[in-house]
Design a protein around this ligand. Structure first.
Ligand SMILES: NC(=O)c1ccc[n+]([C@@H]2O[C@H](COP(=O)([O-])OP(=O)(O)OC[C@H]3O[C@@H](n4cnc5c(N)ncnc54)[C@H](OP(=O)(O)O)[C@@H]3O)[C@@H](O)[C@H]2O)c1
Length: 320
């Protein structure tokens, strides 16, 4: 079968389309004929070699999120899964392929009306958006800032906060056009990447959900209201300054909180319950997914080029 591996770490040209044996599902696993493959920020991080120390080597078959039809089951898995259309988390490898394997507990049946592209746009990121707001103890009426809102996590966080009755939903983004699209999804204020939003922007926020981190993170800690909660969910701009915690200590009397959040710390059954509910919402049109583009699997390098150039609004998807 056709698959995409990292021939050499670095830029997208190092991705290569290869023929590999069809995977055989092990005990507790299923095999899926993919119809949609999500291209995520973490794939680009692995491609660059930044996670080589964590065991991600050249030759790695990328891809963590797919949708498609189950074609085989391993020992201990109910064979009635065969033929069902599902979303699946493949565990940071194996997704960029015509057939992928996943543990059956990381598989979710797709409701009618949800495309594979929708599923891989919402499946991983929607859960992050939901639990980030939950960990931030967000309550209706509070003001929220989503930093890096133009990605699939941010797009869902904006909608969830707006739908839950946030007093304000501000976003950071790099262009007016993206800002308009985010307003259409529920944003009430549009700030630039530095957090400037003109005279009408709220002076502070009760909750900040940050997908970006990087050198400018301290500027956004300064935007927390007293008792404000900051939840970092991503690092698309890299690490924050080593001393960023001093910003919180210096603001001691404002009772600010900073947390990281990884969906890995949420029990799998809780993740699946939220995902199932979000899939149903999306199938009904109550939650919007934004698919930037759908490209053939053998154009995975082009998909990565678009991600690297920050041209993607929402999620880019591959199909075999
Ligand atoms: N916490 C978890 O459990 C979890 C799970 C999965 C993934 N992640 C993490 O989430 C991140 C990916 O999320 P995503 O797919 O939603 O994001 P994304 O699409 O990769 O990026 C979101 C937006 O951030 C903005 N951005 C990019 N570079 C920036 C920079 N240098 N400075 C400021 N803004 C910048 C861009 O929008 P504009 O151009 O409009 O500014 C971009 O569209 C990764 O770090 C990944 O590791 C976390």
């Amino acid at each position: 079968m056709k698959a995409v591996v990292i021939r050499t770490f670095g830029d997208p040209d190092g991705l290569e389309v290869v023929d590999v044996p069809m995977p055989v599902p092990g005990p507790g696993q299923v095999r899926i004929a993919t119809e949609a493959i999500g291209v995520g920020g973490v794939d680009a991080v692995i491609r660059r070699g930044a996670l080589a120390a964590h065991g991600f080597r050249e030759g790695h078959l990328l891809g963590s999120e797919v949708a498609g039809r189950i074609t085989a089951t391993g020992d201990g898995v109910d064979a009635s899964w065969i033929g069902r259309r599902v979303w699946a988390f493949t565990g940071l490898s194996g997704g960029y392929a015509e057939q992928a394997v996943a543990a059956v507990e990381d598989v979710l049946a797709l409701p009618d009306g949800l495309t594979g592209a929708d599923a891989v746009t919402l499946g991983g990121s929607g859960v992050v958006a939901h639990f980030a707001l939950d960990r931030a103890r967000f309550t209706p009426g509070e003001s929220v800032l989503v930093r890096g809102a133009a990605g699939s996590i941010g797009i869902t966080a904006v909608q969830l906060a707006a739908r839950a009755g946030a007093g304000a939903v501000a976003v950071t983004t790099s262009s007016a056009r993206r800002g308009t699209r985010l307003r259409d999804l529920g944003a009430t204020h549009v700030l630039d990447r530095s957090g400037e939003g003109g005279p009408d922007a709220p002076a502070g926020f009760d909750v900040v959900i940050d997908v970006v981190a990087g050198p400018q993170l301290p500027l956004f800690l300064d935007k927390l209201n007293p008792n404000g909660r900051y939840v970092a969910v991503g690092v698309v701009a890299g690490r924050p300054p080593a001393d960023f915690g001093m910003r919180l200590m210096d603001a001691f009397r404002r009772s600010l909180s900073f947390a990281t959040f990884s969906a890995d710390t949420v029990p799998g059954t809780d993740r699946q319950a939220v995902r199932s509910s979000q899939f149903a919402d999306a199938a009904r049109g109550d939650l919007r997914t934004v698919v930037h583009d759908v490209l053939p699997l053998d154009q995975a390098a082009q998909a990565h080029r678009e991600m690297d150039a920050a041209k993607v609004f929402g999620r880019i998807v591959l199909h075999p």
